[in-house]
Write a protein that binds this ligand. Sequence first.
Ligand SMILES: Cc1cc2nc3c(=O)[nH]c(=O)nc-3n(C[C@H](O)[C@H](O)[C@H](O)COP(=O)(O)OP(=O)(O)OC[C@H]3O[C@@H](n4cnc5c(N)ncnc54)[C@H](O)[C@@H]3O)c2cc1C
Length: 289
Amino acid sequence: MKSFEYLCPKSVGELVKILYRYDGKARVLAGGTDLLVMMKQGKLQPECVVSLQAIPNLAYIREQKNGGIKIGAMTRLREIEASSLIQTKYPLLAKAAGWIGSRQVRWRATCGGNLCNGAPSADLAPPLICLGAKVIIGGRAKRTLPLEKFFLGPGQVSLRRGEFLQELVIPPPLPRTYGIYLKFTRSAMDIAVVGVAATASFKEEGECNHLRICLGAVAPTPLRAVKAEKIGLGERWDEERILVMARMASEEAKPIDDVRGTIYLRRHLVKVFTKRILSECLEQAQKKV
Ligand SMILES: Cc1cc2nc3c(=O)[nH]c(=O)nc-3n(C[C@H](O)[C@H](O)[C@H](O)COP(=O)(O)OP(=O)(O)OC[C@H]3O[C@@H](n4cnc5c(N)ncnc54)[C@H](O)[C@@H]3O)c2cc1C
């Protein structure tokens, strides 16, 4: 491994100054479950590694007055998985966190690291996008971005000079909103071949009044299946409509062939998972679970 400087700032102000000074040549160290692997493999060779460990108040899950929540970037995946608040309000997010790596990995890995990796397969991304999450970006000036705009391409996220991911904000769930995340992997501890999340809610009369579908690992960034969403919004669903939505989501995916799966397999899985998730959301709504 190439030698590098290691810094451990004690405040956000200090962190921002360091990141600004190094202008893209420094890397933030959160849990290190991805960064250290990349550095050992020589894929990343930062001049400086800046740990977030000593900065207070970056790890928390806080309920807001409006019913939404805020999650600090240094919050461990295991804490998200085990949080009763998240399990109750956003069960698909707790599930997604619980499917990442092993328990040891989840005790180190953070939500900020999962998103800043910019991996198309990042498991937290599809559920958080469906939940309408925003990212709060710290720097010389704070800014807020819808999470789906944060991803720019494989390994690339919208962080400018001197910036870091500080916090996630998730709005309160709409009444009677159902959400599910499904992931297909080749084996335990492997990253997703395909991940699909959706959230849906329905009026008393049965029409769908909210729908978000987000696909992981089938495009350069996590991808909203907006055409499929249009087919379901404002409509009553039956088996036929759900199948049309699932087919459309599969068409919207832009997968590649790689060691984990073929284009054909990925499109097929998007269709199967979307159909299964939407059917389950409808069933739960009808039972008023
Ligand atoms: C065995 C194993 C299994 C895994 N399985 C999965 C899986 O199933 N699903 C999955 O999605 N991932 C998986 N991963 C990848 C990784 O563990 C997760 O993405 C994890 O959440 C990364 O978090 P971290 O805190 O360890 O990030 P780090 O490794 O510390 O950082 C990752 C990247 O994000 C940057 N970064 C981190 N935090 C910030 C911040 N706040 N602001 C700006 N930049 C930041 C770092 O500079 C680095 O480039 C796995 C990894 C291992 C080793």
